[in-house]
Design a binder for this molecule. Sequence first.
Ligand code: ADP
Length: 274
Amino acid sequence: GEALAVSARVAPLGSRLVLLLVEDLTEARRIEAVRRDFVANVSHELKTPVGALSLLSEAVMDASDDPEAVQRFAGRMQIEATRLTNLVQELIDLSRVQNDDPLEDAEPVRVDELVAEAVDRCRHQAGAKQITMAAGGTADLAVWGNRGQLAAALGNLVENAVNYSPARTRVGIAARRVTAPGGDMIELAVTDQGIGISEKDKERVFERFYRVDPARSRATGGTGLGLAIVKHVVASHGGEVTVWSAEGQGSTFTLRLPEAGAARDRASQHPDPD
Ligand code: ADP
């Protein structure tokens, strides 16, 4: 009688264990597939500019008696070299935001400084397209986190807003404090009047190397890694990023990040033992 009772108690536990194990294996397989895809994507993305550079250098050699052609090819080599540099830099940035704990050197970061830095980064491109940039509501707000990573996240959103907008449009950056159960958050919304993103692409644009239009992304120097970096940065800061968009009308990307004071208050409620 007792043996039966024991096995009856063990059996459901056993099957649950097996189920957990199977789930674990499926998850491990999924992670492995994502990793393999990533390596394949990186290889492909590296091959494109390297292949172009190789062809262009051959063209330069063949055209050595035509200085004008040499100039033209050299110009294109420079574009490919820049593309390669951007890609390598973004890969380094991505690996950093995936592996480093950003809160190790967290500090209050003023929102007006973040916005000024992001706007500055795009000033040249925006000027060339006569895009007006306007920021509002940033005074006296601060978020809690890693300055460099937060600047990279907001910079990427503003850069995209400029890149995916036609000439003579407006890019707006609006900040505000919102109350949340776990403590106040700061919302930073970047709005453009650009090409927009379809419903089906909206979920996928945060994936590494996902682009709605690869040719257009390449033409603007895009790597397809920007929004993946943004997503990692906000996640590790305890925030989130959302997107609203209407095709042909524009997009709004919204960052929600812990407010500096609220984050500090939370920390002081659980003081370090030493
Ligand atoms: P990329 O380097 O190609 O800009 P991102 O990861 O920053 O890579 O963005 C992924 C894709 O999402 C872009 O290729 C583009 O198709 C789309 N996208 C991003 N931001 C915007 C925007 N503001 N308006 C329209 N499309 C956008």
